[in-house]
Structures are given as C-alpha cells and as structure tokens.
Design a protein around this ligand. Structure first.
Ligand SMILES: *Cc1c(COP(=O)(O)O)cnc(C)c1O
Length: 376
C-alpha cells in the first residue's frame, strides 16, 4: 500500500540557483554578516519593490520591526497602535522598546486594521494627553490593508506608520508594491514565508540616510575610529552573507511563487465557493494579494474544528487563523479597541495548505477531505 506523504501549511521551495550563491560565499570566504550576497540581495529587493526605496537586509522580520521603532524614536513610556489580528512578532518589539502596545481590531473587507477604529483610538489617546508615537499595520496573509485610509488618518494626526509586510512580498496595492506604502516597511524571509533565507528580514526606508542609520544600528553601532568606539546602543541584526545567497536565488523565482500561491487560492475557491458555510476573502478593487496563505471562514467553531481534525487525520496540516493579540495572555493588560471581527475570524477561520510546491494531487486530496465534512 502506498503511504500518503504529509502536506505542510507552507514549506520552503528552492528555485535552484540558491546553492550557487551560497557556494560563491564559501569560495570567496565571505562567511560574515556582510559581503556581495548581502549587497546583491538588497539590490534585487530594491529593484523588485520599484527602486524608489532603500533596503537593509537584516536577521529577521522581528529585528526589522524593532529597528523601525528605533528609527522612529519610540522609547520607554510611548504608546504604539498595533493591528490586533496578527502574529505576535508584530507587537513584541514594542515591548522590547519599553513602550506600550494598544491593539486595534480589523475591518471585514481585508481582515486588516480598521481605519475608523484607528481614528477613534487616536482621538481617545490624544484626549488623555498620550498621543501615539507610531502605528503598525499588517498585510495579513498577503492581503493589503486599506493603505489610503490608514495613511490618511495617520497623516491627519501626524503619526508615522510601520508597514508589516512580512507576509506580503509580491502583493500590490493600486499597482504599488506592499512594503513601500508607509513610512517604513518590513519583510520577513522566515522558512514559512513566500520566499525564504531560512531566517531573515529586511527594512524598507525612504532615504539612503535612514538605511545607513539602520545598518549602523544593526552592526553594533560602531563609531568611526580605529578602536571600538560607541556613542549608541547597537544590535547584532545584520543578515549573513551565506543566507543572503539563498535570498538571491529565491528572488529569481519570486514571480513564479506568487503565481503558484494565487493558483492555489483559485483552486480552493473554485471547489469550495459553492458551499454557503465557507467564505474566501476577495480582493477589493485595486488590491492584489500574493495569497501567501489561503484562508477559509466557516460558519461555526464546530465546523472549523471538524475540517481541521479531518485534515489532521490524513496527515494534512491546517491551522486556525491568528489569535488576536488583545486575547493573548501576554497582552491581556493592554488597552484595545475592538469590534468583534478578529475574534469571529479566530473562532471560525482556518488556514489551508498553501505552499507554492503543492501538487495538483495534493490540492485534490485536501479539497476531497473538506467537502466530505458532514453538514457542510
Ligand atoms: C513572520 C512574521 C513576522 C516576523 O518575521 P520573522 O522573520 O519570523 O522574525 C512579523 N509579522 C508578521 C505578520 C509575520 O507573519
């Protein structure tokens, strides 16, 4: 009997050229957090994002958010408004800075930060003489947030926006690349993301001076001197030249990866859309999602669990949607502005396997199990 292979939610997918760039790093002995692959990977990203921004390759997406907060002078006692429906890494760096997160719920069209709630929160904090220092909005699962509306609110109150584009490399918003829609953008190249360096991230900024400052801080903030001289607290956050080699190989296939993930979504949609109890997130006009993960929203917790457990029984990985930060034990004391949307998504939503390396047989196997769910 043939044994079925395990299907993962989102696994790494090498293109082929990665090992050549890694071998270059070895043969030239650039085994360090600097070198030709780091420079080359930054160039590739800059070009891909539209060439108007500057990119610093860093050790993770989390480190990139932490440096973004540093660049915006967020410090102890400051308040930062953060999308509640996200992965904890969007919010943790706020705590690293000694600042306080305040969580904002989502709207129903993109599942991302609700601009109206954002404004309500800002007004409330200003009234209490606590004007927020920054906003962190997230393109969750690759779907762009309502950037025009968020930017408009942010501009009205003169608060800078950090764009958490960790899940959205390859997504666009009215033709512009996600990662370039706010004051500072960040990317992640963790193993489960649309392209990976095994672990890594990038900071996307508007000026060369800001990039230089980010690189300075990420390489231990060493002043210009023959000895080690320091006027600032630095970090060890630069990307390794070996890992940047993987990134250069991955950038050769990024368009294929986006196409494959969007194809997964369309497959799921064409097979599951006919069920009234299953809802798939549509792209509003002008929004293009890389469909990093295809998510479904069912009509009850019980149905969501029935599907998840049936998949698990066949060695297929699926996962409930992100548990909102305002519901997390670690953030339970934090102020939050909510409307029930992210709690409902957490209760009824499921992430389906979405890797760019899924075969047609894999997709058929997954869908067959889902549609056999009783009372779907
Ligand atoms: C993955 C992810 C991060 C963190 O990136 P790392 O590279 O894993 O540190 C931050 N925000 C979101 C939304 C993510 O999905």
């Amino acid at each position: 009997m043939l044994t079925k292979t395990k299907i993962y939610l989102s696994s790494p997918h090498m293109g082929g050229a990665e090992l050549d760039f890694v071998n270059d790093a070895f043969s030239t002995n650039w085994i360090a957090p600097l070198g030709p692959n780091v420079d080359g990977f930054e160039e590739d990203l800059k070009y891909y994002l539209g060439d108007e921004r500057h990119v610093a390759a860093l050790s993770s997406g989390t480190a990139s958010i932490h440096l973004a907060l540093q660049l915006l002078d967020v410090s102890a006692g400051d308040e930062v408004l953060c999308q509640s429906f996200t992965f904890s890494a969007s919010a943790n760096p706020i705590i690293y800075q000694g600042a306080t997160p305040i969580f904002i719920d989502s709207e129903a069209e993109t599942w991302n930060m609700c601009p109206e709630l954002l404004e309500i929160a800002i007004k409330d904090r200003i009234e209490k003489n606590k004007k927020p220092k920054a906003i962190i909005a997230v393109h969750l699962y690759g779907m762009p947030y309502k950037a025009n509306e968020i930017n408009e609110v942010a501009k009205r109150y003169e608060i800078p926006v950090i764009e958490d584009s960790a899940e959205a490399l390859g997504s666009t918003y009215f033709g512009k690349a996600c990662g370039t829609l706010a004051d500072i953008g960040i990317l992640s190249f963790n193993g489960n993301k649309i392209i990976t360096t095994s672990g890594g991230g990038a900071l996307i900024v508007k000026t060369k001076a800001m990039k230089d400052k980010a690189v300075f801080l990420s390489t231990q903030a060493r002043d210009h001197a023959p000895h080690y001289e320091h006027s600032f607290v630095g970090f060890n956050y630069r990307m390794s030249n070996v890992l940047a080699g993987i990134g250069r190989g991955q950038m050769q296939v990024i368009d294929d990866r986006v196409q494959a993930r969007r194809k997964n979504f369309n497959f799921y949609k064409s097979n599951l859309d006919k069920f009234d109890s299953i809802e798939l997130l549509q792209e509003p006009k002008g929004f293009c999602s890389n469909r990093w993960i295809t998510c479904i929203k069912t009509d009850s917790y019980a149905k969501r669990e029935a599907i998840r457990l049936a998949l698990q029984n066949d060695d297929i990985e699926s996962r409930p949607l992100w548990k909102p930060m305002h519901m997390q034990p670690v953030f339970k004391e934090c102020l939050h502005f909510t409307n029930g949307i992210s709690e409902d998504l957490f209760e009824k939503g499921l992430c389906l396997p979405s890797g760019s390396n899924l075969s047609e047989d894999d997709l058929n196997r997954i869908v067959e199990i889902i549609i056999e769910t009783p009372n779907l």
